[in-house]
Write a protein that binds this ligand. Structure first.
Ligand SMILES: *[C@@H]1O[C@H](CO)[C@@H](O)[C@H](O)[C@H]1NC(C)=O
Ligand SMILES: *[C@@H]1O[C@H](CO)[C@@H](O)[C@H](O)[C@H]1NC(C)=O
Ligand SMILES: *[C@@H]1O[C@H](CO)[C@@H](O)[C@H](O)[C@H]1NC(C)=O
Length: 500
């Protein structure tokens, strides 16, 4: 698609805008909520600290678009509305408005608006999860689950996670905005390094799971644009110009905030976007509320780029080359893994530079390649190594993490400011090794110091968490699709939204 046709897409969207009247403002506050019961388990990870249970008396600031990481986050956006809509309910409402609209106009008179009902059910869910989290036990107390019972130290709190998961299955409903056109919207890559972006959009669009067509019943609202597709269709290579992205995203949010009451009601806090592309954070920054308030589900979960673990969610990058991933799952028995540590990859970014400089072609135990020898297969190296090095590249996330988990090779995360996927639920320290960038020269010493017993424990746990990273053609409970949904669900629990 050329720029001119996407231009006409914008014009079309703009012209067809029905302007709904302003009907009121909503206050919003967000008592931090967590599936953790105390901060003790959390001290290790920034992500979890942010999700830690704090008495709900804390009253975070009302609607504001304060930036949490001053730098790099606020490009000039002439359109971005940062002003909360505080006008009084208008009396322009009449019979020409949709039932949705009337619902909200009548909300103050009625006892229980749809939103109030939703919030009441969320309050019960919070209570129930909090209760479950008090039982400090590494095994879920719900043993009747036919598919899987979360257990063991791979979870921050297995019991709370299980309860939260079951509550999600009971209550979670997502509205997918229909505005926007293919290929930039409702569409995305289902293969390649960005497959998780396309697959999630595809599953939501199919509408079999958790989707509602009634926006009044939704707990969250999905903005189904694909950053990968925007880059593909709108970016002029090497131009370093992204004003087309800006127009698309600003116009899109304008449209949905004019056409529906939901965006203004929460200023985006119950809306989510999802992107696996490096530029996901950048694209979201064109609308300040999208950046600062909405749930952003990102592979590029870089806290130095404004990723905020209490409201944003990290999801995995999974390199899918063909439709079958089955061949990638599994590897040699631990006793037959002959390589201590393995990495192969290009020189992308400064962490890789340090790694390659230090270890490339230097050591039989720590095998680091910029390019694999001709007859050596990448997959078989993963399957016969004990540890797989997963350094950040040009951005923090690496598809190697999931490749390693699939191959039952213990991931060694080497990154800065990275929040790994599902950190709110998974205790990454229990099944990976985390090496600081400054310790790259000590990798061998660090890995050699891990006893066989400890290694076997890590190995077993990697096998256990595999299910949370598996991509299924038809999603299955507890797989990567459901874990991504669960992250969104958990962040929705973090906010309370009111009509008035
Ligand atoms: C939402 O707010 C914007 C800007 O404040 C306004 O232009 C728009 O009409 C509002 N939308 C609705 C549905 O009231
Ligand atoms: C944890 O819960 C399981 C199942 O209810 C129980 O068998 C086990 O004894 C509990 N462990 C602790 C330490 O309470
Ligand atoms: C994370 O973001 C910071 C700030 O933009 C940047 O300097 C750094 O390179 C990023 N990390 C990676 C691995 O890209």
């Amino acid at each position: 698609m050329s720029w001119s046709s996407s231009n006409s897409f914008l014009v079309l969207l703009l012209v067809t805008l029905p302007i709904l009247v302003i009907f009121g403002f909503l206050s919003l506050y967000s008592p931090p909520f967590s599936i953790e019961s105390s901060s003790k388990l959390l001290e290790t990870e920034g992500s979890a600290a942010a999700l830690a249970a704090v008495p709900s008396t804390t009253t975070p600031p009302l609607i504001s678009s304060n930036s949490q990481h001053g730098e790099a986050s606020e490009p000039p956006t002439p359109h971005g509305s940062t002003k909360p809509n505080r006008e009084a309910p208008s009396d322009q409402a009449d019979e020409t408005h949709t039932p949705i609209f009337n619902h909200f106009v009548g909300a103050s008179k009625r006892k229980s608006s749809p939103l109030k009902k939703i919030e009441a059910s969320l309050a019960r869910a919070r209570f129930s999860i909090r209760e479950a989290s008090q039982i400090r036990n590494w095994t879920s107390t719900y043993h009747e689950d036919p598919d899987y019972v979360p257990h063991g130290p791979v979870y921050r709190n297995a019991n709370a996670f299980h309860r939260s998961y079951l509550e999600m299955e009971r209550l979670f409903k997502i509205y997918v905005y229909e505005e926007g056109e293919v290929p930039l919207f409702h569409n995305g890559p289902c293969r390649s390094i960005y497959s998780t972006e396309g697959r999630f959009i595809y599953e939501m669009e199919k509408g079999q799971l958790f989707r509602t067509r009634n926006p009044d019943k939704a707990l969250v609202y999905f903005l189904p644009f694909s950053v990968v597709m925007m880059v593909h269709y709108l970016y002029v290579p090497n131009s370093h110009k992204d004003h087309y992205f800006q127009r698309v995203i600003v116009d899109y949010i304008d449209i949905i905030s004019n056409r529906y009451p939901f965006w203004n009601r929460s200023l985006g806090a119950d809306h989510f976007m999802l992107s696996c592309h490096d530029w996901g954070p950048r694209v979201s920054s064109f609308v300040p509320h999208l950046f600062h308030r909405s749930i952003r589900v990102l592979c590029n979960a870089n806290t130095s780029e404004g990723f905020k673990p209490s409201k944003d969610a990290s999801f995995p990058e999974i390199h899918i080359r063909t439709d079958k991933i089955t061949g990638l799952i599994g590897g040699l028995h631990p006793s037959r893994r002959s390589v201590l540590a393995f990495f192969a990859g290009r020189l992308h970014g400064h962490i890789r530079y340090l790694l390659l400089q230090q270890w490339k072609n230097k050591d039989q135990d720590v095998q680091v390649y910029e390019e694999l020898p001709h007859k050596v297969s990448y997959d078989s190296m993963l399957k016969k190594s004990k540890f797989c090095l997963c350094p950040s590249g040009y951005e923090v996330a690496s598809p190697r993490v999931v490749e390693a988990i699939y191959a039952e090779c213990v991931p060694v995360l080497i990154s800065d400011s990275y929040i790994p996927p599902f950190s709110d639920v998974l205790n990454w320290k229990s099944f990976t090794v985390q090496v600081e960038v400054k310790d790259i020269p000590n990798i061998k010493t660090i890995l050699m110091a891990i006893s066989q017993r400890q290694y076997l424990r890590l190995y077993m746990r990697v096998k256990q968490v595999q299910r949370h990273f598996i991509v299924n053609a038809t999603p299955k409970r507890f797989d990567v699709f459901h874990m991504t949904l669960h992250s969104i669900w958990l962040r929705r629990l973090n906010v309370q939204i009111q009509d008035q």
